[in-house]
Write a protein of this length. Structure first.
Length: 604
């Protein structure tokens, strides 16, 4: 790796409307580096990219670019002339660089790598994901030495993200990219830089993968917490000495007073930085409902504009279920959530909700937010207090819990960033007790600290969750199964996103397209009625589940007893029993759902 950076910044500072994003920031970006730039919302990631690209200037500090370095900036959204063809859009950037006579061959090759095999395709017909591919093709044709990418996975479905990973895994250029996709960062970067005011230098730089960065950040956090404890202890001793009012006006006494004041100042700075490391406090409220059948779909189909998106879906949701919905853009994922919420009628089939079921729906388009309202009005529609989990909280406390500064409360919602609007929607959902959470891309725009807390909160939610996300790590950590929609009527349950990609590849085969309305793996035709054995099991399984649930609850209650918690051997024995009991309960839930599907098919 060259010791000379392609671009470096020294002591730069940037503020907007009196709010400081970063100050005294010094960074260098070198050839062959694949840098992931992360940080909390509002830390200045996109602004730093624009400064590096020469689109903005820092308030102070110096920016140095190595001679003959070609920088190319790829924004979150690029404006195209929609009346152009793909070829014209690509030629537009080719004209601005000096290429050899075979430049058109290079254009066709790059276009093919991006998936454009028909260069006469009109730009106006391209979806958001294909516009992102076109942006990437234009960037590569400019032969960058350093490519600056701001949220490049936005508007891409999971397959599009995997495509982009292949482009960026071993490029012949360096890049700096802003992303909140942890799996994407893990797979394509070899250096992570986190911007945050919690770090004394304004950022933490780690050579290696994202997982290596997490280890180093944990070490830093622990060291800062220990430093705060040491400083607090030392400061207490010095303050105690000052309270004794030493009479001697000796040099030593003066020095100790100065030391005590300096310690107080250092402790205040460390505490302030450590406090800045807090994430939003997210916790969803369940209703406490004991019903085991929350929602059931039977033979549900969905059509849009004459096109069959979904056909013959059978689905049962129970407390504790975590279902992820995956598929290409436009395959009916959001439409299915609307059917489950009751906002849209299925074309055929039925959806049954438990009596009084409370369903909360997170809308990815943020149509639920009034952009003209102030943040305070949106957080707290009536008065200056909210009722959360049975207790009243002042709107300022509620705002701070969701990482909003009190001085943001008068701002209109339209002035909030995408991540802040996502946090606002999540805050509103938290005030609604729910049996079922329907979440359409809840991870869009939110920063990684908030994402991690959201993930943990959803794991603890007692009801059922149906989730649409392109974030593989989020899906893997949270969901117990995925439902793959191919957009041609087929719905297939898969174990994880690796199996989903295999299923999606099969969909692309011609012989599979002929069978678009059928299941991926057709099962033998069901008989008109269940077997005697299955019928008896179906009639008794709810009682079996109830007994298994009581056993799990009883073991948890025993483990919380003081005499057990102080007995390591007994606690270990009960932990083992609980693990087995929970596994048995999950098997019963799975078998119950199989029997439900059999019963539903036999009743048709």
């Amino acid at each position: 790796m060259s010791s000379t950076p392609l671009i470096s910044c020294h002591g730069i500072k940037k503020a907007y409307s009196g709010r400081e994003l970063f100050s005294e920031l010094s960074l260098g970006f070198f050839p062959q580096e694949r840098t992931g730039l992360i940080g909390p919302n509002g830390s200045g990631k996109s602004t730093l990219l624009k400064i590096l690209a020469g689109m903005e200037t820092p308030d102070s500090g110096e920016l140095t670019v190595r001679r003959d370095t070609r920088l190319v900036y790829l924004p979150q959204t690029e404006n195209f002339d929609r009346d152009q063809t793909v070829e014209q859009a690509l030629m537009q950037v080719m004209e601005s660089v000096d290429h050899d006579p075979e430049s058109y061959v290079s254009l066709k090759k790059t276009a093919g790598q991006m998936g454009f095999f028909h260069l006469d395709t009109m730009v106006c017909t391209l979806s958001g994901g294909w516009l992102k591919r076109l942006s990437m093709a234009r960037a590569l044709l400019q032969e960058p030495d350093l490519l600056l990418l701001d949220e490049p996975t936005n508007h891409l479905d999971l397959e599009g993200i995997l495509w982009l990973e292949n482009v960026l895994k071993n490029p012949d250029f360096a890049f700096v990219l802003v992303s909140h996709d942890r799996a994407f960062l893990e797979n394509v970067t070899n250096r992570i830089v986190e911007l945050s005011r919690i770090y004394p230098e304004g950022c933490l730089r780690v050579e290696g993968s994202y997982s290596t960065f997490l280890e180093k950040r944990q070490e830093f956090t622990q060291s800062r917490e220990k430093l705060e404890q040491r400083l607090a202890s030392k400061t207490r001793r010095e303050i105690e000495w000052l309270r004794q009012g030493p009479k001697a006006r000796t040099t030593k006494a003066k020095h100790r007073k100065e030391t005590a004041l300096a310690l107080q100042e250092e402790l205040s700075q460390v505490r302030s930085r450590n406090a800045g490391n807090r994430a939003a406090e997210i916790e969803f409220s369940g209703t406490g409902r004991k019903t085991r059948k929350l929602l059931r779909c039977r033979n549900v189909s969905c059509k849009r504009q004459g096109r069959t998106l979904l056909e013959g879906l059978d689905l049962t949701l129970s407390p504790g279920n975590r279902l992820g919905i995956v598929g290409r853009n436009g395959t009916g994922k959001s439409s299915l959530l609307e059917i489950l919420s009751g906002e849209m009628e299925p074309h055929s089939g039925t959806v049954q909700w438990a009596e009084g079921l409370k369903v909360v729906h997170f809308d990815q388009n943020r149509e639920q937010l009034n952009q003209e309202q102030s943040l305070q009005e949106s957080l707290c529609p009536s008065g200056d207090q909210v009722v959360y989990q049975g207790r009243a909280l002042h709107v300022v406390s509620w705002a701070r819990r969701m990482r909003f500064d009190p001085d943001q409360l008068p701002l209109p919602v339209s002035r909030l960033s995408g991540g802040e609007q996502s946090r606002l929607l999540i805050a509103r959902l938290m005030l609604k007790p729910a049996d079922v959470l329907l979440l359409d891309e809840p991870t869009n725009d939110i920063d990684i600290p908030t994402l991690e807390i959201l993930e943990q909160s959803l794991e603890e939610f007692p009801g059922a969750i149906v989730l649409i996300s392109h974030d593989r790590m989020f899906l893997d950590n949270l969901c117990d199964r995925l439902l793959y929609l191919d957009g041609q009527g087929r719905a297939t349950f898969v174990a994880d996103y690796v199996q989903y990609i295999r299923e999606a590849a099969q969909t692309d085969k011609p012989e599979q397209k002929v069978q678009s309305g059928k299941k991926a793996k057709p099962r033998p035709r069901q008989q008109n009625k269940m077997s005697f054995k299955d019928q008896r099991e179906y009639e008794s399984i709810e009682g079996d589940i109830e007994r298994a649930e009581n056993e799990v609850a009883g073991l948890k209650e025993k483990m919380n007893r003081p005499e057990v918690m102080s007995d390591a051997k007994e606690l270990e024995r009960l932990c083992s029993e609980l693990e087995q009991a929970e596994a048995a309960l999950m098997r019963l839930y799975a078998r119950w759902e199989e029997l439900e599907e059999m019963a539903a098919k036999c009743s048709r």
